[in-house]
Ligand binder design. Structure first.
Ligand SMILES: [Zn+2]
Length: 444
């Protein structure tokens, strides 16, 4: 049962529904606020109250600098069309940077009632590497055996080994086979992600079964916004709109967010207005959107505790199943969750979480290549404070100390790694201001 529950949270099945026309651009928040103040003072007061509540929670978010997550994209391909061009991968990274910094042009389409709760995660994504693996394997979530496409994440089984999952977001791209049970087709999976472990609003076993499965898997047809491949909507009503937002959605799961309707209705879970995603400013909904842009949806006619009134379904949210052409926002409550996950269970992903990084976020040491086989070069930025020690700790606990490049900052050190046993190493650079640590994977 728990395994089935896990699937219930990960599935992203496609339902037949034609795309509606894009939303019109709506009037501005000032006009809305003016009307509220003069015509609906009670409603205006409710908004003020929710603003205040959010502000209480928000200062830490508002004052910080953007956080940067490094992404490794593994393209595991069999047929040439699955071997996506670099330009498509880069457009995907660009979409993530827009959506996670509220720089997407379609924020203007957000309905006024939800404008006060829109949040800006301020999370940046930096492409660390594109790893390409030609495969003969097939990749499928298996409802009978519970296999979560583990072969996709193993070089020995036709997939691609992850880079250190505690330091990098691993994003695997492949052809995902349609979901089926007992030979009955259930739909196409567009992608899935493991949430961080030990979050109270997820089932206890929803994290990756082993660290090397942690990350996000995407079907090759939904990556980027200039993807020439298409996904048909079942029923022959056309193709899905693809703007790179399956990745936005799946990375939302990876960073702790659940579907805004609370995941009811899938695989035997009750579908009603009591299912919560654990976030207070996402309105209750008793079902997911159907890959459309239906702004008339209001599946739970009830006073929302957070809003103090009934509000429609939040189809603009990245964590619903609306068409990618009308998704455009995370809420402030969701942003707080993303932030708290990056300060907690996924803090290893954040580049430069030491005091040094906050002082000089652009100038960080670099290890390249990583992973490596023969050698690795450690670059030290020129404007770094005096380095007091550089050492490398192996998984066996053995520590080797390296000669310092020079007394005050800057320089590079080449290391011959040919005789190092395969595995993870922690490279630590110490200065008077703190310690910078990077993980290095040595492969044989
Ligand atoms: Zn999802």
């Amino acid at each position: 049962m728990t395994r089935l529950l896990l699937f219930a949270f990960l599935l992203m099945a496609i339902f037949a529904r034609a795309q509606n026309a894009p939303l019109p651009v709506l009037c501005g928040n000032d006009a809305f606020d003016y009307i509220l103040r003069h015509k609906y003072p009670d409603l205006h007061q409710a908004f003020q109250a929710s603003f205040e509540e959010n502000l209480k929670r928000a200062p830490a978010v508002a004052n910080r600098s953007p956080l940067t997550i490094r992404v490794v994209v593994h393209v595991v391909w069999k047929n040439p069309e699955e071997n996506l061009a670099d330009s498509i991968i880069l457009s995907q990274i660009a979409v993530l940077n827009e959506d996670y910094n509220r720089e997407n042009a379609d924020t203007a389409n957000l309905r006024p009632v939800f404008q006060p709760v829109a949040g800006n995660p301020q999370i940046k994504f930096e492409l660390a590497e594109i790893v390409r693996v030609k495969t003969t394997g097939t990749f499928k979530l298996n409802l009978s055996t519970g296999d979560l496409m583990s072969n996709l994440k193993s070089g020995n089984q036709g997939g691609s080994d992850p880079w250190d999952p505690s330091a990098y977001l691993n994003l695997w791209v492949c052809k995902i086979q349609p979901l089926s049970l007992g030979g009955i087709p259930l739909g196409q999976i567009l992608g899935f992600a493991f949430p961080p472990n030990n979050l109270s609003h997820w089932p206890a076993d929803s994290g990756a079964p082993t660290a090397n499965q942690d990350g996000v898997a995407l079907d090759f047809r939904v990556v980027g916004r200039n993807n020439p491949n298409t996904v048909e909507i079942p029923g022959g009503t056309g193709n899905l709109v693809v703007r790179g937002r399956t990745a936005t959605h799946e990375i939302g799961h990876y960073l702790g967010l659940r579907h805004i309707w609370g995941d009811g209705g899938l695989l035997g879970l009750p579908n009603d207005c009591d299912q919560s995603d654990g976030i207070d400013d996402t309105p209750f909904a008793n079902a997911q959107s159907a890959f459309d842009c239906d702004t008339s949806r209001n599946t739970c006619s009830q006073v929302e505790p957070f809003y103090g009134m009934d509000v429609p379904d939040l189809v603009e949210n990245y964590m619903d199943y609306a068409s990618e052409s009308c998704m455009n926002m995370f809420t402030r409550g969701q942003v707080n969750m993303l932030q708290s996950v990056l300060a907690g269970p996924r803090s290893g992903l954040v580049q430069g979480s030491s005091g040094i990084a906050q002082a000089a976020p652009e100038a960080q040491p670099k290890l390249y290549p990583n992973p490596t086989r023969e050698s690795v070069r450690l670059y030290i930025p020129a404007d770094w404070p005096a380095i007091t020690a550089i050492d490398i700790a192996g998984a066996d606990g053995r520590i080797q100390t390296l000669p310092l490049p020079r007394a005050t900052g800057g320089g590079q050190i080449d290391l011959d790694t040919r005789n190092w046993p395969a595995g993870w190493y922690a490279v630590r650079v110490q200065t008077a201001n703190g310690v910078w640590t990077e993980r290095l994977l040595v492969m044989r």
